[in-house]
Design a protein around this ligand. Structure first.
Ligand SMILES: NC(=O)C1=CN([C@@H]2O[C@H](COP(=O)(O)OP(=O)(O)OC[C@H]3O[C@@H](n4cnc5c(N)ncnc54)[C@H](OP(=O)(O)O)[C@@H]3O)[C@@H](O)[C@H]2O)C=CC1
Ligand SMILES: CC(C)=CCC[C@@H](C)[C@H]1CC=C2C3=C(CC[C@@]21C)[C@@]1(C)CC[C@H](O)C(C)(C)[C@@H]1CC3
Length: 418
């Protein structure tokens, strides 16, 4: 069923062909990385050490473990929240309500895992299950996206995402038709974006650290740094959970295969690549270099957090004393655009901070291999593409005011370069 507004929307990601290719390439890349990280040569661009057969990929026990994890995170999501936040206004003028209890879910998960480990749960065995776990997550993402696609056939046009209603089933399956699929107050996209994948990522990192301690007597400094940096990133995301309600994933993109696979499989199994690499390829790291890397991560985090907080504060209340003195451009929508402060330096200062952190996560792995830099390379491509999508959406929203902003702040991410 095609919708008139959808048929006019320009197709992204190379249209149906691009979407079909990505649905094969993304899982294939994830499995390639998982297999190569544990191989001796660990060559990003070389062939995988072997092609996993069904006996390696499929394990009913692992599938059960994965479903238990999803169930646990869903139960934590349903616990009473310290706050309930409202999302942005929807097409039908309503606003959805979201529980703010992600950080609480992280702390409770840590407590439960701590209890289970002290009762004898062998967390160090998790790294051996990464391939079948990733397979279970990929399978879940495919089935889940299919159910979401079917569910979206029965919703009113006002509930559909602007981009996922082209009428082409492959493209719409990939991008997602419905903007905010829910059953009662359970919001699937919001749940998946911040809980099972992000918390799963730091749990996998921790398991890799424990496995390293078992193998070598104690975790290496490089492993501590990677675990610490990424825990800070995930903790920060959950602490500032409310801010995700204004990202394009929540406000613009439908919930389809791209986000379901990204959230449930891609994030936990590829974002933990540095820790996976370190387990199989220990890297010596002296204190001076480690300190320099900590400084780089701190710089990235500072820019990322300050830029994101400045925009969020301004969007919530432009008269807040922390942002009231900043210079702005008025727009026809009644909203303003910041043109000084962090958002006056480049048009995406938060991306710059995120990229600096991405580099700091790879540096503890040394410079002998390209593999641990995969995240930095992929993330650069993702953010450059995301920035272009966001610019397009802002141009549509703000027209001339956006053009003026681009003139006054000519660089997108890196001052004087890009
Ligand atoms: N680790 C990962 O894999 C990923 C991390 N991220 C991170 O997620 C965070 C959120 O990113 P994302 O959702 O892409 O976008 P942003 O947080 O950068 O938000 C972009 C929006 O901000 C508003 N905006 C833009 N310029 C201005 C301005 N000058 N003044 C006021 N408002 C402005 C516009 O929305 P409006 O005017 O409607 O408010 C625009 O659409 C980033 O820090 C990014 O690095 C993103 C993707 C993946
Ligand atoms: C290649 C592929 C499968 C693409 C899908 C992209 C997703 C992996 C990312 C799209 C936007 C994301 C965000 C985060 C994680 C990655 C995905 C889902 C995020 C939750 C990471 C933590 C940050 O602090 C954040 C909350 C700002 C961020 C939001 C966007």
């Amino acid at each position: 069923m095609a919708h008139p507004q959808g048929s006019r929307a320009p197709l992204e990601f190379g249209g149906p062909l691009g979407a079909a290719a990505l649905m094969v390439l993304l899982p294939a890349t994830m499995f390639h990385l998982l297999l190569v990280a544990r191989s001796g040569p660990a060559r990003l661009l070389g062939p995988p050490p072997y092609l996993p057969g069904p006996d390696v990929l499929w394990s009913p026990r692992v599938l059960l473990l994965w479903l238990t994890w999803l169930g646990l995170q869903a139960a934590l999501y349903l616990l009473p929240a310290r706050k309930v936040a409202e999302g942005l206004e929807l097409k039908d003028k309503s606003r959805l309500r979201y529980p703010i209890n992600g950080f609480q879910a992280l702390v409770l998960t840590a407590l439960l895992v701590g209890l289970a480990v002290s009762a004898g749960l062998p967390l160090g065995a998790l790294p051996e299950m990464l391939v079948p776990l990733a397979f279970a997550a990929t399978l879940t993402a495919f089935i889940f996206s299919f159910l979401l696609y079917l569910k979206a056939l029965g919703v009113p046009p006002s509930a559909l995402a602007p981009g996922g209603t082209s009428g082409n089933p492959i493209y719409d399956f990939f991008l997602g038709r419905e903007l905010n699929p829910r059953i009662c107050s359970f919001d699937f996209k919001y749940f998946c974006e911040l809980r099972p994948g992000l918390i799963g990522w730091v749990l996998i990192n921790l398991a890799l650290l424990m496995q390293e301690a078992e193998l070598r007597g104690s975790p290496s400094l490089a492993m501590w740094l990677v675990n610490g940096f990424q825990l800070l990133y995930v903790g920060d995301a959950l602490w500032h959970e409310e801010a995700v309600l204004t990202t394009m994933d929540i406000t613009h993109d439908g919930f389809g295969f791209m986000l379901a696979f990204g959230d449930l499989a891609w994030v936990p199994f590829t974002y933990s690549l540095q820790a996976q690499f370190l387990l199989h390829h220990p890297q010596p790291l002296g204190l001076p270099v480690a300190s320099a890397i900590c400084l780089i991560n701190a710089l990235g985090y500072y820019i990322f957090r300050r830029a994101n907080s400045q925009k969020n504060t301004f969007r919530k209340n432009p008269s807040d004393p922390r942002v009231a003195g900043l210079e702005t451009i008025p727009t026809a929508t009644g909203r303003q655009l910041l043109v000084s402060g962090w958002w006056g330096m480049v048009r995406h200062p938060n991306y710059l901070g995120d990229l600096i952190m991405a580099l700091a996560w790879s540096l503890p792995c040394g410079v002998s291999h390209l593999l641990p830099y995969f995240y930095f390379l992929y993330f650069t491509a993702l953010l450059v593409h995301r920035e272009a999508r966001d610019e397009q959406q802002c141009l549509q929203k703000y027209g001339l005011a956006w053009q003026e902003y681009c003139q006054r702040v000519p660089y997108r991410i890196l001052p004087y370069v890009y």
